[in-house]
Design a protein around this ligand. Structure first.
Ligand SMILES: [Zn+2]
Length: 253
């Protein structure tokens, strides 16, 4: 579609009032929601509306997609976009949702997919327009956000990472100066985590982050939104890089 038509359609969608019946799902899904300003809530809801209009949800393994599933996933995904004046996941077309953790044949793979774990998958983020999620994992994260885990934030962080063409742990940052600062902080933290785990020490960043730089970015994104005070206290430089990328300071909300 022509870019200007798409923009005009998005403006029309953003101007619509947010459906009241969906708001309880947004409040439940986004733990920061009650602490957001009225203006931020409106921006989040506008992004959610564009997301719900544009993206296709497909239930797999017998799962029937309903408003709760759609709104929960859209709300968490759009939290990553707040303040960032960006399109709503322009490359993403479809979200496939399974009811439970599923097992797939690992043979049918190509280079464009981020795979979480060898067989039993919690979720996947594909470069070519597809995210796969497991509803019972999403639900678990909604119920207990103290864990610092959130599979939706994780998969959509991969989507942001992929927007520049490479899933390499660095999303589009704009200036070369920003890339340099990001690369320095992220590589130091990534290396420190690897060494800590190698010495058999416990780490406050989930060990899965040590898999590769892309997983590191996705896992620390979860921590940034779900346990911001802890991340800021223990990894202030990392927290600052994420705060300037996400244009949000969740520890201060
Ligand atoms: Zn991942």
């Amino acid at each position: 579609m022509f870019e200007f038509l798409k923009k005009r359609r998005h403006e029309a969608i953003r101007a619509l009032p947010f459906p009241d019946e969906l708001r309880p799902w947004v409040e439940r899904a986004v733990h920061l929601y009650p602490r957001l300003s009225a203006e931020d809530r409106r921006e989040l809801e506008q992004d959610i509306q564009v997301f719900l209009h544009e993206k296709t949800f497909e239930g797999a393994g017998g799962l029937v997609i309903d408003d709760e599933i759609r709104t929960t996933i859209a709300a968490q995904a759009c939290l990553l976009l707040l303040h960032r004046d960006t399109e709503v996941y322009p490359d993403l077309e479809t979200i496939v949702v399974y009811p439970h953790t599923y097992v797939v044949d690992a043979v049918h793979r190509d280079g464009a997919v981020v795979i979480e774990g060898p067989e039993a998958r919690l979720g996947e983020s594909w470069q070519r327009g597809l995210v796969i999620l497991v509803w019972d994992e999403v639900e678990r994260d909604v119920r207990s956000h103290q864990t610092g885990r959130n599979v939706v934030l994780h998969e959509f962080a991969h989507q942001l990472d992929a927007e520049d063409g490479n899933v390499d742990g660095a999303p589009s940052l704009g200036s070369r100066k920003s890339y340099r600062a990001w690369a320095q902080v992220f590589s130091e933290e990534y290396q420190a985590l690897g060494e800590q785990l190698q010495r058999g020490l416990a780490s406050d960043i989930d060990a899965y982050a040590a898999t590769n730089p892309a997983e590191f970015f996705a896992v620390v994104t979860e921590a940034f939104f779900e346990r911001p005070s802890v991340l800021r206290a223990r990894h202030p430089a990392l927290y600052q890089e994420l705060a300037s990328f996400y244009r949000l300071d969740p520890a201060e909300l």
